[in-house]
Design a protein around this ligand. Structure first.
Ligand SMILES: *[C@@H]1O[C@H](CO)[C@@H](O)[C@H](O)[C@H]1NC(C)=O
Ligand SMILES: *[C@@H]1O[C@H](CO)[C@@H](O)[C@H](O)[C@H]1NC(C)=O
Length: 128
């Protein structure tokens, strides 16, 4: 539990350095936090598979000011593994490889200007 807190803090540091701090200038930024559509409740992935994470790209802003990246949460904790980064948020999808995890329930966190997480889904991992 303590370890998880430490890695979560490290990730929050990363997020802050990615320009997500509340102190960042806001006037030139379009806040864009598209809704994650897949995976959703009931989805089961297996470690090592490739899947498209998809999100609602129906209303993209003219400019997107921050780097796009995808991580996962488990309960309230961020898992500090980056599933995809520097893809086009307007595309509405990006292919990821399901990481080697202990079997459990996760949710996808999609970061553009701000984070948005999807529904909880299951990964059958390399360790039951
Ligand atoms: C992801 O979506 C693209 C475009 O629809 C498709 O070509 C590709 O095969 C998909 N990848 C997977 C792993 O399903
Ligand atoms: C994941 O969630 C499902 C559905 O809520 C539940 O049945 C299952 O026990 C959970 N698995 C783990 C490893 O927590």
């Amino acid at each position: 539990m303590i370890f998880t807190h430490i890695v979560s803090s490290a990730l929050l540091g990363l997020l802050a350095s990615a320009g997500l701090s509340a102190a960042a200038p806001v006037e030139s930024r379009d806040v864009y936090a598209p809704k994650v559509l897949y995976p959703h409740a009931g989805t089961v992935w297996y470690s090592g598979q490739r899947h498209n994470v998809t999100w609602d790209n129906s209303d993209p802003p003219k400019s997107i000011s921050n780097r796009a990246f995808i991580v996962m949460r488990q309960d309230v904790f961020f898992i500090p593994v980056v599933l995809a980064h520097d893809f086009d948020l307007r595309a509405g999808r990006v292919e990821v490889t399901v990481p080697d995890v202990v079997t459990g329930n996760f949710s996808i966190v999609l970061f553009g200007d701000s984070g948005n997480w999807g529904e909880t889904f299951t990964i059958n991992g390399v360790i039951p």
